[in-house]
Design a protein. Structure first.
Length: 487
C-alpha cells in the first residue's frame, strides 16, 4: 500500500489507501506519518500528561526508526483547557484510536460529548434593596441588558416590574452563558408575574390565586369612638375604615356618634393553602346611631356592578360624603354669629372646622373639577372643587396639596387632595370645610345630599334574596353576642 503525504490531523483522517505492491518504508517516512498526530496530542494535554506522553514518544520514535512500531495509537483524552478550571462546564473531547479491521486503515475518531453536569442554571432569591431597579438587579446577576428590553415588550403586565419596592423578592432562574430563563415576582399574596424564556423569545403572564373565603361576624357597643370599639373586638383596621366609608354618607363619625351606639358587621377573611392572607369585602352591616338603625347590603348585579344598598334597595352612595376627614372632631360649627378667634370680632362662620393633627389626609367629598388651588387670604392654602353646575366645596388651611393636583384637574369622590395644616388665619391645625349650593353657603352637617341612582327594578328579586340572608346573619350575630353577655 502507498501513503499520501499528510501535514495535519485532518489529512491523517482523510488518508486514502491504494493497493500497491508491498514494499519497505524508510524510518524517516514513518516519522513523518506519526509526528503530526503526536504533536497535536501533546499540545492539547495538560502539562503532567504531556510530559508523560513525551517520554513515551521517544520510545515510539525509536521503534519507528528501527521499523518495529505498530500504527494503532493509545487512547488519548483532549480536555478543553480554557474551561478546565470549571469541570461542570467543560466539554470532553475524546480522540480514540480504533483498531483497524482487515484491509481498512486505522483512523482517529473524535467524540464530543456534553458533561451531564455542565448546566449552570440556578435559582436565586433577590430581595429588592432601596434604590434598586430591575436593570440594576439584572446587572448584578450578569443578565444581558437586552433581556430586560425584550421582557418589557411582552405585554402590559410587565409594567408592574417597574414598581418593585424595597423588601419585595424576585425568584430568578438564570444561566451564566445564556442569561435569564425564568423570573417570578409576587406582587402580593394573590397576584404573581411569571416571565419565561423559550429559545430567544420571552413571554409574560399574570397568575392570579383564587383565595378561599370565610365569613366572619362581629358585634360591638361604642363607648368612646368607632375606632376604639372596633379594636375591642379585634376588627381589622381595613374593615373599620370601610365600615365608616359605607355609612359615611348618612352618619358623621365626628359629630353623630354617641355612647351606646352599636354596629354589627359580616365580612370575608381570605385564605390561600390554609394560610390567612387578609380580609375581603364587607358583606353586610348594621349601624345603630342615636337609636336609628342603618343597614348596608352588598349586592353585585349580573354585569359585575357592585354597590351597597339599604333594605329597600336604595343606594347608600350619595353624590357627596358627609365628612372630608376621617375620625376627627368638630372644633367649630356653621354659624352666622361666631367670634373669630384671631380677628377677635363677630364674623359669620360659613363652614365647619374639623380639628385634626397636621398632615392628616383630606378627601374630596364628591367627584368634580378643581377650579382654584393656591393661597386665598385668611384661608391660607385652599382648594375649591366644582361639582357639576349647582354644587361646590372649599377646603382651607391646608399644610400642603396632594402632589400632582393642579387647577383644572379632575378628582374622584374620596380621593386625597391635601393635608391638614394651619396656614392663613388659624390658631391650630384644622380643616375649614364649606359646602355651597348655587353659590349659597349651606351647613355641611345638615344639608340634604343628592342620592345616587337606586337599584334597577329588574334586579329587585335577586337583591331581596341576598338581603334576607344577610339580615338573618346579622341578627344571629347580635343574638349570640347577647347570649354570651347574659352568661
Amino acid at each position: 500500500m502507498k501513503y499520501r503525504p499528510i501535514s495535519s490531523l485532518r489529512d491523517f483522517n482523510a488518508i486514502q489507501y491504494e493497493e500497491r505492491p508491498r514494499r519497505q518504508h524508510s524510518p524517516l517516512k514513518w516519522a513523518l506519518i506519526a509526528m503530526p498526530v503526536i504533536a497535536l496530542a501533546v499540545l492539547s494535554l495538560p502539562a503532567n500528561d504531556a510530559n508523560a506522553l513525551r517520554s513515551q514518544d521517544k520510545v515510539l520514535l525509536q521503534q519507528i526508526q528501527t521499523g518495529n512500531a505498530e500504527l494503532p495509537l493509545p487512547e488519548i483524552k483532549l480536555t478543553n483547557t480554557a474551561a478546565s478550571s470549571n469541570p461542570q462546564k467543560a466539554a470532553i473531547v475524546t480522540a480514540k484510536a480504533i483498531e483497524p479491521a482487515a484491509n481498512k486503515p486505522a483512523v482517529v475518531e473524535q467524540i464530543v460529548t456534553n458533561n451531564p453536569t455542565d448546566s449552570q442554571q440556578t435559582w436565586s432569591t433577590v430581595t429588592v434593596a432601596k434604590g434598586d431597579s430591575l436593570a440594576k438587579i439584572f446587572a448584578r446577576k450578569k443578565i444581558p441588558a437586552n433581556h430586560l428590553h425584550k421582557i418589557m415588550r411582552t405585554g402590559p403586565v410587565t409594567k408592574k416590574l417597574a414598581n418593585i419596592k424595597p423588601g419585595q423578592t424576585l425568584n430568578i432562574l438564570s444561566d451564566e452563558e445564556t442569561g435569564l430563563i425564568e423570573l417570578i415576582y409576587a406582587i402580593d399574596s394573590l397576584n404573581t408575574i411569571k416571565i419565561t424564556r423559550k429559545d430567544e423569545q420571552f413571554s409574560s403572564q399574570l397568575v392570579v390565586e383564587i383565595p378561599d373565603k370565610h365569613t366572619v361576624t362581629h358585634n360591638a357597643i361604642i363607648n368612646d369612638s368607632l375606632f376604639l370599639a372596633a379594636q375591642s373586638v379585634d376588627l381589622p383596621e381595613k374593615i373599620t375604615m370601610e365600615l365608616a366609608n359605607i355609612f359615611g354618607w348618612d352618619i358623621d363619625f365626628a359629630l353623630d356618634i354617641r355612647k351606646n351606639d352599636a354596629f354589627t358587621v359580616a365580612y370575608e377573611e381570605l385564605f390561600v393553602n390554609g394560610k390567612k392572607i387578609g380580609v375581603g369585602n364587607i358583606l353586610a352591616a348594621e349601624f345603630v346611631s342615636r337609636g336609628k338603625s342603618h343597614h348596608a347590603i352588598r349586592f353585585a348585579d349580573p354585569k359585575g356592578n357592585v354597590d351597597y344598598y339599604n333594605t329597600k334597595g336604595q343606594s347608600l352612595r350619595k353624590a357627596f360624603i358627609r365628612t372630608p376627614v376621617d375620625f376627627s372632631r368638630i372644633s367649630s360649627g356653621f354659624s352666622t354669629g361666631r367670634k373669630h378667634p384671631v380677628l377677635n370680632r363677630i364674623r359669620a362662620h360659613k363652614g365647619v372646622d374639623y380639628a385634626a393633627r397636621s398632615g392628616t389626609p383630606i378627601r374630596a367629598t364628591g367627584r368634580g373639577k378643581i377650579v382654584f388651588r393656591g393661597k386665598k387670604g385668611g384661608y391660607g392654602n385652599t382648594l375649591v372643587i366644582k361639582h357639576g353646575s349647582a354644587y361646590s366645596t372649599l377646603y382651607a388651611h391646608l399644610s400642603k396639596f396632594k402632589k400632582g393636583l393642579r387647577s383644572g384637574a379632575r378628582v374622584k369622590q374620596g380621593q386625597i387632595i391635601g393635608y391638614v395644616g394651619k396656614t392663613g388665619l388659624a390658631t391650630g391645625p384644622h380643616l375649614h370645610y364649606e359646602f355651597r349650593v348655587n353659590g349659597v353657603h349651606r351647613n355641611p352637617l345638615t344639608v340634604k345630599l343628592p342620592s345616587a341612582k337606586p337599584l334597577p327594578g329588574k334586579y329587585k328579586k335577586s337583591f331581596e334574596e341576598v338581603a334576607a340572608t344577610s339580615l338573618a346573619l346579622l341578627q344571629s350575630t347580635k343574638d349570640n353576642t347577647l347570649a354570651l353577655q347574659e352568661q
